[in-house]
Design a protein around this ligand. Structure first.
Ligand code: C5P
Length: 300
C-alpha cells in the first residue's frame, strides 16, 4: 500500500464591508477598492495525500459532503487549485523527495455558492495552504500568490484571511490592523447571484463610492461602533446585482421592511448582512423570522 499523510484546515467565509468599483480594466476585470473580513463560519477542508517512489501522474479526487451541494470534479475551484499547485510545483526547481500519487480532497460544505461570501475561493485557498509545505514542497510566497491569483480575484485574500484591504482586481491584498470585532447577522436568501452576471450589469450603472468612504469605513472599523459601521458600508455592486437579479431587489425590500433599516450586500450577492447594535442581535433575528432562507449570528 502507498504511504500517505493528511492535513486539514477551515475555509472561512468572508464579507465585504466596503466595495468600490473604480473602473474597467483591459483584461475584462474591474479595479476595486474593498475591505474584507473573514467570518468564524465556513467549510472544512481535509486532504489525504498518497505518495509513490517514482514520479508519475497525480490523481485528484474530490469528495464533497455537507448542507450545500457542489460539483466533485474539475468544475470545482478546490479541484483546480490542487491541479494548479501541482503544475506550479512541476514548473519550479523543487525536486520533491516524495512523489504525490493521489490527492483526496474532502470538503464539508456549508457556505453556499454564488452568495458573495467567497466559499469556492476560500476552499481553493485552503487547498493551496494545505499543499504548500504540509503535504508537498512549499512554493515561494510569490509563486503561491501567483497560483492563487490565477484561480480567482478573491483567492489571494483567503491566503491571508482576517481583516484586509484589496486593491486592483481585489487581489492585491494588505492586512488591516487595529480593527474592532463586531456582531453580524448573516442573511442568506434561497437563491444565488453569479458574479460575472452582476459585473456585466455595471455597464448601465456605474457610480463611485462616496468621497472619503474608505477612510470613513476604516475609522468605523477601528471604533467597532455598529451604527458607524452600518453608515460607512458601501457596495458599488448592489445596484447592478439588483438589476441582474430582480428577485434580489424584492428580497432586500422584504428584509428592510422586517429589519427597519437597509441591509448590506456582501460582494456580488446574494448574501445580505446587518450589523446589530449592542445587545440587539436576538431582536434582529426575531424580526427576520419567517423570511425565506437562513440567518446566522456571528462575531468577527
Ligand atoms: O475572479 P473570479 O472568477 O472570482 O471572478 C468572476 C467574474 O467576476 C469575472 O469573470 C469577472 O467577470 C468579474 N470580476 C470583475 N472584476 C473583479 C472581480 C471579478 O469584473 N475585480
Amino acid at each position: 500500500m502507498a504511504a500517505g499523510r493528511a492535513a486539514a484546515c477551515q475555509a472561512p467565509a468572508k464579507l465585504n464591508l466596503y466595495l468600490d468599483v473604480l473602473g474597467k480594466r483591459d483584461d475584462g476585470y474591474h479595479d476595486l477598492e474593498t475591505l474584507f473580513v473573514t467570518l468564524p463560519w465556513g467549510d472544512d477542508v481535509r486532504i489525504e495525500a498518497t505518495y509513490a517512489p517514482e514520479p508519475g501522474d497525480v490523481e485528484i479526487v474530490l469528495h464533497a459532503t455537507g448542507a450545500v451541494t457542489v460539483p466533485e470534479d474539475e468544475r470545482n475551484l478546490a479541484w483546480r487549485a490542487a491541479r494548479a499547485y501541482l503544475d506550479a510545483l512541476a514548473a519550479s526547481t523543487k525536486s520533491p523527495k516524495e512523489h504525490p500519487q493521489r490527492l483526496d480532497i474532502h470538503l464539508e460544505k456549508r457556505v453556499p455558492a454564488c452568495a458573495g461570501l467567497g466559499g469556492g475561493s476560500s476552499d481553493a485557498a485552503a487547498v493551496l495552504r494545505l499543499l504548500s509545505g504540509d503535504l508537498l514542497p512549499a512554493l515561494t510566497k510569490k509563486a503561491l500568490k501567483d497560483v492563487a491569483r490565477s484561480l480567482g480575484a478573491d483567492v489571494p485574500f483567503f491566503l491571508v484571511g482576517g481583516a484586509a484591504q484589496g486593491r486592483d482586481r481585489g487581489d492585491r491584498v494588505t492586512v488591516v490592523k487595529d480593527v474592532a470585532s463586531f456582531e453580524v447577522v448573516l442573511i442568506l436568501p434561497p437563491f444565488g447571484c453569479e458574479t460575472s452576471r452582476v459585473f456585466g450589469h455595471l455597464e448601465d450603472w456605474f457610480h463611485h463610492g462616496p468621497s472619503g468612504g474608505m477612510r470613513a469605513m476604516r475609522a468605523a472599523w477601528r471604533s467597532g461602533d455598529p451604527k458607524a459601521l452600518r453608515e460607512a458600508h458601501y457596495n458599488g455592486l448592489a445596484v447592478p446585482a439588483v438589476k441582474a437579479y430582480p428577485e434580489l431587489g424584492r428580497f432586500m425590500a422584504q428584509v428592510e421592511q422586517h429589519l427597519g433599516r437597509e441591509p448590506a450586500l456582501s460582494g456580488s450577492g446574494s448574501a445580505l448582512f446587518d450589523i446589530p447594535d449592542v445587545d440587539e442581535a436576538q431582536a434582529v433575528l426575531a424580526r427576520l423570522e419567517g423570511l425565506p432562507g437562513q440567518r446566522l449570528l456571528l462575531r468577527t
